[in-house]
Design a protein around this ligand. Structure first.
Ligand code: PEP
Ligand code: MN
Length: 341
């Protein structure tokens, strides 16, 4: 249920609604908006009587949310969410580019990438310290040592750090060192990890599971938000289909679908989405063209020597060209959005 306050409702009246919800053993999620404040209610198993709230002062109406996901939905929050990571706003209309190596392999390799991409204005640096690998014999990441290297990159280059947590234990450390917590495709339905991420006060980037439907994807985000963390960015990273030329099929049609149903920002990851270096640039362009809030791409100075995902890594110079192209496309999309309104 969603309790919508009147435009002129006072803070005290909002407080009274929150107290009433909590006294019923439920959780209140106040959502300030441009026009009015709304308060989402979660934790109820059965229906709640709308009158309980509609009789309270300052309440305009109490409405049942028709979708299975609540806090994620546009019904509950019509205004788009902007997630701030370091100095970057995701979802606020700016073009966002997250770049860095697949894995933190060594201090030298990580700094070489950071140094090479800094000149292209990259403000969000990615790199995995915990790697969920298909084979137990593949490089698994340097864990906390890797996180320390990433934290050094932040200090030297003023880039905010995005890195993956693969379980509750690694999440404790990722929360300590990083600016944004990545939940990977393989963990999209790891519900205890999602809950734990929901208890963090750092933004979360949630990647789509490789066989997840749109509803499952949004429900996974709902797990995080239901715990009180509303700073969630979705990431389309390709799904499994019958095609085998590309590593995955980048499902760009999910971008406008998510934007219709949810207020959360969504970015695309054409590196994992295609698995092929030469496809990363065209599919990044396509992602921005369909209205994604940004892209996340993997970069390596010596891809042939990479310990993970070398075939999909861009060279730094390729990233430079990509950023230039994306800026042009983003400008066109922004102008179109303005003229359509
Ligand atoms: C990654 O971004 O490094 C990664 C492992 O991606 P995904 O979870 O999408 O496979
Ligand atoms: Mn990778």
């Amino acid at each position: 249920m969603l309790v919508v306050m009147r435009t002129q409702a006072t803070e005290d009246q909002v407080r009274q609604v929150v107290d009433t919800i909590e006294s019923m053993g439920l959780r209140a999620h106040p959502i300030p908006g441009a026009q009015r404040t709304a308060i989402g209610i979660t934790g109820n198993t059965g229906a709640i009587d709308a009158l309980t709230f509609e009789l309270l002062p300052g309440v305009a109406e109490a409405i049942r949310v028709s979708k299975p996901y609540k806090l994620v939905s546009r019904e509950v929050k019509p205004d788009r969410t902007i997630v701030k990571v370091g100095q970057v706003e995701i979802g606020g209309g700016d073009l966002v580019v997250i770049a860095g190596p697949c894995s933190v392999e060594s201090r030298e390799q990580t700094f070489a990438v950071a140094n090479a991409i800094d000149r292209y204005g990259i403000k969000l640096f990615r790199g995995g310290a915990y790697k969920p690998r298909t084979s137990p014999y593949s490089f698994q990441g340097h864990a906390e040592e890797g996180l320390k290297i990433l934290a050094e990159v932040r200090d030297v280059y003023s880039m905010a750090i995005v890195t993956e947590a693969i379980d509750n234990e690694s999440l404790d450390l990722v929360e300590k060192y990083a600016d944004m917590i990545q939940i990977g495709a393989r963990n999209m339905q790891n519900f205890s990890l999602l809950r734990r991420a929901g208890q963090c006060r750092k933004p979360v980037m949630l990647k789509r599971g490789m066989s997840a439907t749109l509803e499952e994807f949004l429900m996974a985000a709902e797990y995080i938000m239901a715990e009180g963390n509303y700073q969630v960015v979705l990431c389309e990273r390709g799904i499994r289909t019958f095609t085998d030329y590309t590593r995955n099929t980048l499902d760009l049609s999910i971008i406008p679908a998510v934007q219709k149903l949810s207020h959360l920002p969504i970015i695309v990851d054409p590196s994992h989405g295609t698995g092929r270096r030469e496809q990363v640039t065209p599919m990044s362009r396509a992602g921005i063209a369909v209205g994604a809030d940004g892209v996340m791409v993997e970069v390596h100075c010596q891809p042939e020597r990479a310990l993970s995902d070398g075939p999909q890594a861009l060279l730094p110079s390729m990233l430079g060209e990509l950023v230039q192209q994306l800026k042009e496309i983003h400008q066109v999309v922004t102008n179109l959005a303005v003229s359509v309104r």
